[in-house]
Ligand binder design. Structure first.
Ligand code: ADP
Ligand code: MG
Length: 315
């Protein structure tokens, strides 16, 4: 067993096979890290904290927890259209558990390697199971995708499928059917849409990642852009797994109000981005940005649908 925090960092967070970027002058091991930002780029930073019992369950496989801790952070960079570069990890652990640390660091560092992200530092303490990750990315100056650029007439799109993570949370504990596994994977191992975000930088007028639920997160775009919108429930992209396990109405409810999917919601003046062959990844067009404020969700006949809770609130 690693006997102290220096050994833990050496063994689990600074493995010899890890990502080594040429723009890192000094990584883990000194009082602070030193990195180089090209003069024509802006530095994009984001941080997200994960608390056991709030954002994940401590009984999950450690590898999934490690993956998710970094994935939800990289998702914020994706929503800005940034290229990810570095990350930092602050970890509070109840005990020095080798198997847990091995799994956690593998989940975290494998995802980092997928996107060429180098872990350049962090902190470690004994305490409740909490992790805080900071991510740093680069973007050509003035090109970031923000929440504030949506204009009346823009189309509203979303990547991938929605509602799977909420469907996973609502599963019966013992449900081991194949479809249940597919949903659980979406909850525990979200895929940050970084490649998608990079391509959307040229096409989208605004973007956000869906962490709190489509309605709640689209509201943020509407507020920041001072516009309104109508979306159509029938256009929501629902996975086969979700519609096999739940009624259409329940699946739509998950897609609209359930969080944790980490897909990107974005707007664009181009109304045809969802046409076959335009983009090398799945997107769906959900509706339109309108000058009239407020968010309307309509059924097939144009009736307004009402939904209970819009997004997770901590306080
Ligand atoms: P200090 O006493 O100056 O805070 P630490 O002992 O906390 O230094 O950290 C020593 C080095 O290890 C620093 O470079 C720090 O960034 C890095 N480090 C600490 N914890 C982690 C971690 N969980 N993951 C990655 N690097 C870490
Ligand atoms: Mg420290």
């Amino acid at each position: 067993m690693a006997s102290n925090e220096f050994e833990i960092i050496q063994r689990y967070f600074y493995p010899s096979g890890g990502v080594r970027r040429p723009d890192v002058i000094l990584g883990i091991g000194d009082d602070a890290a030193l990195t180089r930002v090209p003069s024509d780029r802006e530095l994009v930073t984001a941080t997200d904290m994960l608390v056991a019992g709030v954002h994940f369950d401590a009984s999950w496989p450690a590898q999934d927890i490690g993956h998710r801790a970094l994935a939800v952070n990289l998702s914020d960079l994706a929503a800005m259209g940034a290229e990810p570069a570095w990350c930092m990890l602050t970890l509070s652990l109840p005990e020095n558990d080798d198997a847990w640390l091995a799994g956690f660091s593998r989940g975290f560092l494998d995802l980092a390697a997928c996107f060429g992200v180098q872990l350049i530092g962090g902190d470690l303490a004994r305490g409740p199971l909490v992790m805080s990750v900071a991510v740093f990315g680069l973007i050509p100056a003035g090109r970031a995708l923000t929440r504030a650029g949506a204009r009346a007439g823009d189309a509203i799109y979303v990547t991938g499928d929605l509602g799977d993570a909420a469907g996973a949370l609502a599963l019966n504990e013992k449900d081991a059917r194949g479809q249940a596994h597919a949903l659980t994977t979406r909850l525990r191992r979200p895929q940050p849409r970084l490649r998608e975000g990079l391509q959307l930088r040229e096409l989208a007028s605004s973007a956000i990642d869906i962490s709190d639920g489509l309605l709640a997160d689209l509201e943020h775009i509407l507020e920041a852009s001072a516009v309104g919108a109508s979306i159509y429930a029938a256009c929501l992209p629902l996975s086969h797994a979700l519609t096999e396990l739940y009624s259409l109405e329940q699946a739509q409810q998950f897609a609209l109000t359930g969080g944790d999917d980490y897909e990107l919601c974005f707007t664009s003046p181009d109304p045809d981005l969802h046409r076959q062959g335009r983009l090398p990844f799945k997107i769906s067009r959900l509706g339109m940005i309108e000058a009239k404020r407020g968010l309307r969700c309509l059924d097939r006949s144009g009736e307004t649908l009402r939904f209970e809770r819009q997004g997770y609130r901590h306080f």
